[in-house]
Ligand binder design. Structure first.
Ligand SMILES: C[S@@+](CC[C@H](N)C(=O)[O-])C[C@H]1O[C@@H](n2cnc3c(N)ncnc32)[C@H](O)[C@@H]1O
Length: 241
């Protein structure tokens, strides 16, 4: 699958207009994943053509709405942990017309493994940090999901170090060749991309945006052991702060 993903990412420039049409008119909502990173997800996911997308962490529904529009044939199952957040009504209002979205509340780390079916893919944007990494590895360990995305895995993070140490073939939304094409999808100011992570500041090196990682299932990767390693790495990174 990694070859298929590489080919799809190499076609980013040719595919950009199609994505722009899909997201046209979607206003940006605070806390949301930037369009450039959703474009990266959309490209990678074409390698598996998912019938369902599992989302962990909805907040105000920016990524949920983009998923709904970009994958009109798929069902989007979105889980948000905090039913009391003021974000809940914002997401509900934004998503009320989207027929392919199912909105659930609860802890996605408990709910989603119960509903995951073979061929589903997942986007983890909460819980954050190594809890999110461990959850992604658990989904891959189930042998049902061919692909899981983890947000906030930029080059300066312990999570990225972990992926680079233990997994082959992880791809990142901030790879310079992808960003050269994708950055124009973003209003960096509105998306609150920190100045150090903006296109002008990274100039040809990884680090644009927040960093979305695409973990394609690797047979024999030993995900159960990796979950233990991720728990230890999470502890180590907490002590290092
Ligand atoms: C950065 S926001 C998500 C933004 C959203 N993906 C978007 O693009 O608009 C992270 C969200 O994850 C939620 N979250 C954290 N832990 C969670 C869990 N275990 N299950 C489901 N949601 C969780 C938080 O409550 C928060 O609303």
């Amino acid at each position: 699958m990694t070859n298929a993903i590489s080919d799809l990412l190499a076609s980013a420039e040719a595919q950009l207009p199609a994505f722009q049409r899909l997201v046209a008119g979607i206003p940006y909502e605070r806390k949301g994943i930037p369009n450039s990173e959703m474009f990266f997800l959309w490209l990678c996911a074409q390698a598996v053509r998912p019938k369902r997308i599992l989302e962990s962490g909805r907040a105000r529904g920016q990524s949920t709405l983009v998923l709904a529009r970009c994958f009109p044939e798929a069902e989007i199952i979105s889980v948000e942990h905090d039913p009391a957040s003021p974000d809940v009504v914002v997401a509900a209002e934004r998503l009320k017309g989207e027929a392919n979205v199912r909105l659930l509340f609860g802890d996605a780390t408990r709910l989603l493994p119960k509903v995951a079916q073979p061929g589903d893919i997942a986007l983890v944007d909460g819980p954050k940090g190594f809890r999110g990494v461990r959850f992604a590895l658990a989904l891959l360990a189930s042998e049902r999901l061919p692909m899981v995305f983890v947000h906030d895995a930029g080059p300066q993070t312990a999570e990225r170090d972990f992926f680079e140490q233990y997994l082959r073939g992880v791809r990142y939304s901030d790879e310079p060749d992808i960003v050269r094409v994708s950055h124009e999808l973003d209003d960096e100011e509105a998306m609150e991309i920190p100045p150090a992570n903006r296109f002008a500041a990274v100039s040809g090196r990884p680090g644009y945006g927040y960093g979305l990682a695409c973990l394609a299932h690797e047979p024999g990767a030993g995900y159960s052991l990796l979950r233990i390693r991720a728990a230890l790495a999470g502890l180590a990174s907490r002590f290092a702060k």
